[in-house]
Design a protein around this ligand. Structure first.
Ligand code: ADP
Ligand code: ZN
Ligand code: ZN
Length: 734
């Protein structure tokens, strides 16, 4: 028996350990390769994390892997290290982390490179007299012409250009004019082709040049935060850094938020760098995703642009990682493996010893605090690049100006004025649908979701009430089920706002952009194109509009309602509100004309506004950091949240009580245990939700406690009645 070699295999199962196997008879896999293994009564695909001489399981009890699926590793040593780190840090089963790091087709056992059959002309075929062949056999002549023109061509491509060609193949092959061969799918077409026309960018201004110089000044790992107002030219700096790396033969990974990967941004990277970036995002087909992953793995992808899960993509020659909009919540995965792509990018940069660049107009307080501690390099770009000047912000006090249909008089006249001068207007409201509430005019009853502690949103176009939390929907009640009086929508959603705007501005083109209007493929692209050319006069929409887009003509931004954010119970409330306001405001006046921003509020005297108006985001951040330091909230402490949900309330609380007990028994004085408490929205999709919060100034203590609690809970009986999860560094406290 081969005792010298035990495979430690990660299997996609909710268990936090590796499984030991013996190699199959016909060969020993390298670490990082996939194997097929017997698992319980089934077969599973696993990934070999390491080879070790011994197992704690007696050799006689070890089962043999059935087959080795790869001849070279999918994940190299550094990639596997990242997987292990992620599993440890987020207290998540390692097999599920591997699954998150691999494209779906590889998880399903498809080969990394599939072989395709191709044809090319032989030397004889290349020299043959085509006219002669065409005269005698026109179809054969045509086929040979196609093959000769293409150098080599796949069977599939020929099927498309010349149906029926297969019948002619033998004739040409018998005359030794063509030959067949197999090759890997895209090995001969570089993924990043250099035939994109390259254009020059602007000369960097002083702040940009200084920031670029500061980042270039030291090779190797260092985190730099480019803290630059919207339009200050952060992306220009990225472009220079990327150029450097690509010229040095290294790969660059750029991570952007979920809706940040706009066609405009991709086009800018393409044309400025003269290459085709490899895109990795959730909307790709699984084949396209695999192709991109493979190009990164092979090293032919020089530039990879991706959303959060791209943080795991293997790179052969990593040179730089950029995280754009580093404050953005979508960089944190909120279900399953709850990781922060920004934080893992930094961990990964350190492992590879390469620079990591974070960029934002509104950096997270976590990153700002790291700058204060001198752990990150803080690079500021306080003014807009080129000619653009910062937008002018103004409050509209709703206690003085009524806004019956959502729009106050000062807002209506400002819109009219801007359109009159040829400008474009963006009206922002982070609430889709017609109205957030349906209320009975007789008894005041509000239409609730039967499965959630939440109100139904009125969607007038579809004549439906919909729950935005669980997706439930039903017809709009025409009469109150309790008293029979009529019901009416209350409050504003983007759909209703669009109607109000049409009533006020019947002559002008109005486009609404939210997840209801852009459900169909391509509609977003079309709407954005119309907005960019200036055809659209008024854009109305949700936060889908607030990031990344560049509308050259936009001169006015209207924020319909900022008040929800003012009274948030979350300690991150003011940070979030300032971030979203500044991001939206940043859409206006990006070119020659100064932009204007109007914010409607019923609480014009709230201290938040004076902070924002006196010192901008920096002031809001300073105040918030001081408050958090006093209250020992992050970044001055570490948090972890243990969440549980169940069909019965008692089960969640019993489970979390038992978790609390396990934690308390550890007697670690430096970890505070808060709860269990019900989640702010306790019932969602028919399940009750509750949580236990762990807080500590010491990361080590917190993690020791989490490991212990998790191990104890994994096998416990109370865990069987609930769904539970651990969220390390949660960004939402429910
Ligand atoms: P950010 O990424 O900070 O929002 P961008 O890099 O997108 O900023 O720059 C905003 C606009 O200013 C773009 O149109 C860009 O081409 C232009 N720009 C950037 N840097 C300069 C510069 N140094 N001189 C002139 N225009 C610039
Ligand atoms: Zn009623
Ligand atoms: Zn619901």
């Amino acid at each position: 028996m081969n005792t010298g070699c035990v495979l430690r295999v990660a299997i996609n199962a909710p268990l936090s350990r590796l499984f030991d196997y013996l190699p199959p008879d016909d060969g020993k896999p390298l670490p990082g390769c996939r194997v097929l293994v017997p698992f319980g009564r089934q077969r599973q695909i696993g990934l070999v994390m390491e080879l070790v001489p011994h197992s704690e399981v007696p050799i006689s009890k070890l089962r043999k892997a059935t087959a080795v699926l790869d001849d070279k590793p999918l994940l190299n040593e550094a990639d596997r290290w990242l997987v292990s780190f992620t599993s440890d840090y987020y207290h998540h089963p390692i097999g599920e982390v591997v699954a998150a790091a691999l494209p779906a087709l590889l998880r399903q056992g498809k080969p990394l490179e599939s072989l395709v059959r191709k044809i090319s002309a032989t030397a004889e075929g290349a020299a043959a007299d085509l006219n002669m062949i065409r005269k005698r056999a026109p179809r054969q002549g045509a086929l040979l012409t196609i093959i000769r023109n293409a150098d080599s061509i796949s069977f599939a491509e020929l099927d498309e250009v010349m149906p029926g060609w297969r019948r002619l193949k033998k004739n040409l092959a018998d005359k030794s004019l063509i030959e067949e061969f197999v090759s890997s799918e895209d090995s001969d077409q570089p993924n990043t082709c250099a035939n994109v026309e390259q254009t020059d960018g602007p000369q960097l201004n002083r702040d940009q040049a200084a920031a670029l110089q500061a980042i270039r000044s030291r090779p190797g790992f260092r985190v730099s935060l480019i803290d630059g107002v919207t339009g200050s030219g952060k992306t220009e700096i990225y472009l220079h850094l990327i150029r450097d790396m690509i010229d040095a033969g290294r790969q660059v990974l750029v991570l952007v938020p979920e809706i940040g990967l706009t066609p405009q941004l991709v086009e800018r990277f393409r044309t400025r760098l003269g290459l085709e970036p490899v895109l990795l995002h959730s909307a790709l087909s699984s084949t396209a995703r695999l192709a991109g992953w493979r190009a990164a793995h092979r090293g032919s992808a020089q530039l990879i642009l991706g959303t959060r899960s791209a943080v795991f993509v293997p790179m052969k020659t990593p040179g730089l990682i950029i995280v754009d909009e580093e404050h953005d919540g979508s960089l944190k995965q909120q279900e399953g493996l709850r990781y922060s792509a920004r934080d893992l990018a930094i961990v990964r940069g350190k492992k590879h010893d390469i620079p990591v660049v974070l960029g934002s107009a509104t950096p997270s307080l976590e990153s700002l605090q790291r700058c204060r501690e001198d752990a990150y390099q803080h690079l500021k770009l306080p003014s807009r690049a080129g000619r653009a000047v910062p937008p002018l912000l103004r409050l509209v006090d709703l206690t003085k100006h009524q806004a019956g249909d959502g729009l106050s008089a000062p807002v209506i006249s400002a819109i009219a004025e801007n359109i009159g001068q040829g400008g474009q207007v963006l009206v922002f409201l982070n609430r889709r649908g017609f109205a957030p509430t349906l209320i009975c005019t007789g008894c005041g009853k509000i239409a609730d979701c039967s499965r959630c502690d939440a109100r139904m949103t009125v969607h007038a176009n579809r004549n439906k009430l919909m729950c935005h939390h669980c997706g439930a929907s039903r017809a709009i009640d025409s009469k109150c089920p309790d008293c029979g009086s009529s019901c009416k929508p209350l409050g504003q959603g983007t759909e209703r706002l669009e109607d109000s705007l049409r009533a006020q501005f019947p002559e002008d083109t109005i486009t609404r952009i939210d997840s209801d209007t852009t459900r169909l493929r391509g509609t977003m692209k079309k709407a954005l194109a119309e907005a960019t050319t200036g055809k659209t006069k008024i854009l109305v929409g949700t936060q889908m509009l607030s990031k990344g887009h560049h509308f050259p003509n936009l001169t006015l931004v209207v924020i319909i309602n900022a008040d929800q954010g003012l009274f948030s119970t979350d300690f991150r409330g003011s940070e979030r509100l300032a971030q979203s306001l500044i991001q939206v405001a940043g859409r206006s006046g990006r070119e020659a004309r100064q932009g204007q921003v109007l914010i409607q509020t019923a609480f014009a005297h709230h201290p938040f506004w004076s902070e924002l108006f006196s010192g901008g985001y920096e002031r809001v951040a300073t105040v918030a950091l001081a408050e958090r330091e006093k209250a020992a909230w992050p970044p001055f402490s570490r948090l972890a949240l243990l969440r549980a949900s169940a069909a019965r309330r008692e089960d969640t609380h019993a489970f979390l009580e038992s978790a609390r007990k396990i934690a308390e028994d550890m007697k670690m004085g430096d970890v505070r245990i808060l709860g269990p408490v019900s989640a702010p929205m306790e019932r969602r999709a028919g399940r009750y939700r509750a949580q236990l919060l762990l807080q500590s100034r010491q990361r080590r203590s917190l993690h020791d406690m989490l490991s212990h609690v998790r191990a104890a809970l994994e096998g416990s009986t109370s865990a069987r009645r609930v769904r539970w999860s651990i969220d390390v560094d949660p960004i939402e406290l429910f």
